[in-house]
Design a protein around this ligand. Structure first.
Ligand code: HAM
Length: 441
């Protein structure tokens, strides 16, 4: 037999219903924030990611050559595609652009808890607004989605950091612009590595400074409150003072949005993707265990890099379905959906055609209706109707057919009522409104 490929999942109906629950919450909250849904291709030119996503993602690509000799890749993330799409329509789009997408992504990673090779992301991005209000709006959206799933600040935290602050602090430490990307990369990976490995990476980017720099970086990573960060920035001259004001402004906006309790100021977040330029954040379980539930930030230069001329500020984030489902499951916050029909038609073989016509009418009027595909006696059909979970059995025997009627049985309380076939849809609506067929009728 053929198994699924490692890191790929199948979704039988119960798993699919749970996945749809996530998607429903994403869509409902995104609409409440006035974000619009969009969609893009799953297969893209390989270069889009080699150039724009950074080394970590480039190493995880599923890529191949198509029959036309093009080098293509399954999308590992959405941001470069979105940036290209916006750049191509920049003049005609009213700003700010507030868009969201729900879709499948692919990364060749080692499959483990919370990490697959195929996973879904909810992406939300806000383009055309450079100020902290856009960052605050996005973080508030993330926070509201987590709350709508039933998570609170005792369950999850959003760790808020800033790449611009890191750049200022590294400049202040005398790190050259050339050494900056490799230094930021070493800081990003330092959470998951042994100190010696981080020192080695820092040393190779900044010869003779590895150990000393490691200690200074550890100290900066330890700054976990706004006042300490502001004090540090104020020592970095006017650019530092300006950034300190933006920090204060963002934290105050987040408090006005009502999401202060979920936010932890934490400079140890740097984000692995190469394009981030400003405030960045990741959501984690409050215990600190497990991989990130979501991540994002500001990426002001990506659209310009892709288009050459269109300079639009941008920010956004993505939530992954795997870590989120694990988190909700562990807290008993994943509802079990049972999908059952509303109606089960019970009929004799001579009434099959009439019953099918009725069934078709019921379905077109919006009811989920089903029946036995095989001929069977009434006893067996009633058993099947009970097992199906349907609310009502619609019974059409010879007698009923002669009178152009059906007998309707409420399968929850056993009450029955006869009804003209032509009035059935209307009667079902009436019973639904009354909470079922009453035993007096
Ligand atoms: P990211 O941090 O690479 O950001 O991914 C966002 C989320 O996707 C992660 O926090 C995680 O939940 C999920 N995720 C990533 N890789 C995997 C995997 N292999 N298996 C399961 N889940 C995974 C981005 O993708 C950015 N493009 C987000 C963004 C949007 N930034 C701006 N706009």
């Amino acid at each position: 037999m053929f198994d699924t490929l490692p890191g790929f999942r199948e979704f039988p109906p119960d798993a699919c219903a749970q996945r749809n629950h996530l998607f429903r919450v994403f869509r409902t909250v995104a609409r409440a924030f006035d974000f619009q849904e969009y969609d893009v291709p799953i297969l893209e030119p390989l270069d889009l990611y080699l150039e724009k996503s950074g080394e970590e993602i480039a190493n995880q690509l599923f890529h191949f050559e198509d029959k036309g000799g093009r080098k293509v890749a399954l999308r590992p993330e959405l941001t470069p595609t979105l940036a290209r799409m916006i750049a191509a329509r920049a003049n005609s789009l009213p700003k700010p652009v507030k868009w969201f997408n729900i879709g499948e992504h692919f990364r060749y990673e080692r499959p483990q808890k919370g990490r697959g090779r195929s996973f879904y992301q909810f992406n939300a991005d806000l383009i055309g607004e450079p100020g902290i209000d856009a960052d605050a709006e996005l973080i508030a959206l993330l926070c509201t989605i987590l709350e709508t799933f039933g998570l609170s600040s005792t369950d999850v935290v959003i760790r808020l950091s800033d790449r611009a602050t890191w750049v200022l602090l590294l400049d202040h430490l005398g790190i050259s612009e050339d050494a900056r990307p490799a230094t930021l990369d070493a800081i990003d990976k330092s959470e998951r590595r042994k100190p010696e490995q981080t020192i080695e990476s820092l040393e190779s980017a900044n010869p003779d400074q590895g150990k000393n720099l490691f200690e200074k970086i550890q100290e900066i990573k330890g700054l976990k409150n706004l006042d300490d960060i502001v004090a540090r920035l104020q020592a970095c001259g006017s650019a530092g003072m300006e950034r300190a004001e933006q920090w204060k402004g963002l934290v105050s906006r987040l408090s006005a949005h009502g999401c202060e309790s979920m936010i932890r100021v934490d400079l140890s977040i740097v984000r692995g993707l190469a394009y981030y330029t400003g405030f960045v954040y990741e959501a984690f379980e409050a215990t600190g265990q497990g991989r990130a539930l979501a991540g994002g930030g500001r990426y002001d230069h990506l659209i310009k890099k892709l288009s050459g001329n269109c300079d639009l500020p941008a920010a956004g984030f993505a939530i992954g379905d795997m870590t989120l489902s694990d988190c909700l499951e562990s807290k008993n916050l994943l509802p079990r959906y049972v999908t059952v029909p509303d109606l089960f038609l019970v009929f004799g073989e001579s009434e099959r055609d009439l019953a099918l016509r009725l069934c078709s009418r019921l379905r077109k009027s919006g009811h989920s209706a089903t029946y036995s595909l095989k001929p069977a006696g009434f006893g067996k059909l009633f058993k099947e109707a009970g097992k199906s979970g349907a609310r009502y059995a619609i019974i059409l025997g010879e007698e009923e057919a002669k009178l152009a009627e059906v007998k309707v049985k409420d399968l929850r309380n056993g009450s029955e009522e006869n009804c003209q076939i032509t009035r059935l849809v209307e009667r079902i609506e009436h019973w639904d409104g009354e909470g079922g067929i009453s035993s007096q009728s």
